[in-house]
Design a binder for this molecule. Sequence first.
Ligand code: ADP
Length: 283
Amino acid sequence: MNPDDPAIAFDPTPFVVMPGRPVRLDDLPTRGDDWVDGDPEVAKSAAQDANGTISARLGELQERLHATKAAKVLVVLQGMDTSGKDSTTRRVFGDGSPLGIRAVPFGRPTEVERAHDFLWRVHAAAPADGEIVVFNRSHYEDVLVVRIDELVPAERWERRFDHLVDFERMLVDEGTVVRKFFLHISRDEQHQRLQDRLDDPTKHWKFESGDLDARARWDNYQRAYEEAIARTSTDVAPWYVVPADQKWFRDLVVGSVVLEALEALDMRWPEPPEGLEHIVIPD
Ligand code: ADP
């Protein structure tokens, strides 16, 4: 984080999942109230200001990343339906240039994708030097929906936890910064958001009856997430469980983590080519 800029001095470390620690989602907050002092409305407005500053700074650093090719950056967003994966992408990364940032959604695999190993399509979408890639759902679906809907035998998905850790370690060894976020919403908040999709004509397109099937299996999903997060949070590719009932708090956590990671790259503008100062542009 940038300690010189109090507007973005939020510390997101309370939300990281320490490697090897069990995760109990019921015990983890879906709201940010415990982390803001005083009047909630004032805190919200201060956080919104900070979010504007963070996303502008992320935009600057993204340009520097694009120019220097100093790293590849992978951001993984997971969460129950309506947890805010799309809106986090828009709000946190919206100041970045489309030239260096990509959002990749992972839906049900195609026949060709299903005929390959589960990481095949994921690896192909991973960031190149200088790129930020945001995964909207990810390789984690292969131990979540695949597990719950019994799409492959248990002995196959059970081995995937190790494959996930190894895959991400390889990405990191090859120069990728990996940060993973579980957007943690409450059942009540999901109810409200699904209802909004039914009530608001501009949101009808987002409503899918399949979302209700996943809601009906809420507890199964929460348990599957707990195991996936606990078994795959590592020092090099950590998970954050983000309180996501309040969008402004969710954005503050995600934005702060990514900003911290980009600041740590300590990117300088590339050195000018030799003799640049002598070049005169002809009339
Ligand atoms: P979203 O719900 O994220 O807005 P979609 O409507 O395209 O996006 O839905 C994505 C669906 O694809 C989800 O139900 C998700 O569980 C499913 N999905 C993603 N990855 C896989 C996978 N590897 N195997 C099976 N289903 C998957």
